[in-house]
Write a protein that binds this ligand. Structure first.
Ligand code: NAD
Length: 310
């Protein structure tokens, strides 16, 4: 029996189309590994719970795990990234999904708990919320060895676990897949950089000639800077790490403190993983141009003032 709570089951055929598009662009996950899994069933009897962006790509990962014999339980790692059609298609294919677009904080944790109630053996996280909830509310799964291993997909999640480890509070074996070079050098730098630009493009905003302030020059933010410059924007980088700031300078960007960058900004994008990069203070808010576009790619919505003001 498939367990689920999603927005609308009738969206499944639209979700199938999305899955098909992604399937053809993920030949390793949906071709080589899935074929091997179908033959060898290495995950037979294993329950896997994922707190992930419920997108067409994650959906294909879930189907590959299922092909390997696993029972898969999914919830969304960000209420705004869940694609309801994809969730519906997954349920039809036998994946247990607890996710819908725009769920509240309370519903977000309800979905995580529904997955953990199934006593999963492996957790795949994006942001650390599922694994931390397991530590706090389902400690028996860790103490009695039900959970045999966990995996974390994003920088902010890895940092949260590093902090837990320092305090001796991390009780599970954790694979920080975010730190794999293929992840942070390609997905973070190139994929997410393109993703945020595509989102703003969807608002029919011309980048050419605009002043685009990029906060941070790490993996994701350097990718955003590259893409914005490629579209003809005048890119200004702000960084708190002097070596990263120097890297940005040598890559040809203007680099300056945020207070100096804000007055000319048409678009401001944050991807630092830090709190309150842009704050609703008089010094910052009054400097902004009317109509400036503010975007955040960091994992949590704590980086800039729109979220703080909401
Ligand atoms: N949306 C996505 O698809 C996606 C994908 C990957 C990572 N992320 C998230 O993006 C964020 C950044 O990840 P990353 O891998 O690029 O991290 P990173 O550590 O490589 O880069 C962050 C950079 O921001 C700088 N920084 C910190 N505070 C700053 C401040 N106040 N002002 C200016 N610069 C500052 C740091 O010095 C660092 O160079 C994390 O929250 C991560 O979880 C999101």
């Amino acid at each position: 029996m498939v367990n689920f709570k999603i927005a609308d089951e009738s969206l499944a055929s639209k979700g199938d189309e999305a899955l098909y598009v992604a399937e053809n662009k993920m030949p390793v996950t949906t071709g080589i590994i899935r074929k091997r899994f179908e033959e060898e069933k290495p995950l037979k009897g294993v329950k896997i719970a994922g707190c992930l962006h419920i997108t067409k790509e994650t959906a294909n990962l879930a189907l590959t795990l299922q092909a390997g014999g696993a029972d898969v339980y999914l919830c969304g790692s960000n209420p705004l990234s869940t694609q309801d059609d994809v969730a519906a298609a997954l349920v039809k294919k036998g994946i247990n999904v607890f996710a819908w677009h725009g769920n509240t904080d309370e519903e977000f944790y309800w979905c995580i708990r529904e997955c953990l109630k199934e006593s999963p053996n492996i957790l795949i996280d994006d942001g650390a919320d599922m694994i931390i909830t397991a530590h706090k509310e389902f400690p028996e799964l860790i103490e009695n060895g039900t959970i045999i291993g966990c995996q974390e997909e994003t920088t902010t999640g890895v940092k949260r676990f590093q902090a837990m480890e320092k305090q001796g509070k991390l009780k599970v074996a954790l694979f920080p897949v975010n730190d794999a070079r293929c992840k942070n050098q390609f997905d973070n730098e190139l994929g997410t950089g393109q993703g945020i630009i595509a989102a703003i493009y969807g608002m029919h905003v011309l980048f050419a000639g605009k002043v685009c302030v990029i906060c941070g020059y790490g993996h994701c933010s350097s990718g955003m800077a590259l893409r914005a410059r490629g579209l003809g924007a005048n890119v200004i980088v702000t960084e708190i790490d002097p070596i990263k700031a120097l890297q940005a300078k040598f890559a040809g960007y203007q680099v300056m403190p945020i207070a100096e960058a804000l007055p000319s900004a048409d678009i401001i994008l944050t991807a630092t993983g830090c709190k309150h990069v842009i704050t609703p203070t008089k010094e910052m808010f009054d400097k902004l141009k009317e109509g400036v576009i503010l975007g955040n790619l960091g994992h949590f919505d704590i980086e800039n003032l729109t979220q703080i003001l909401c």
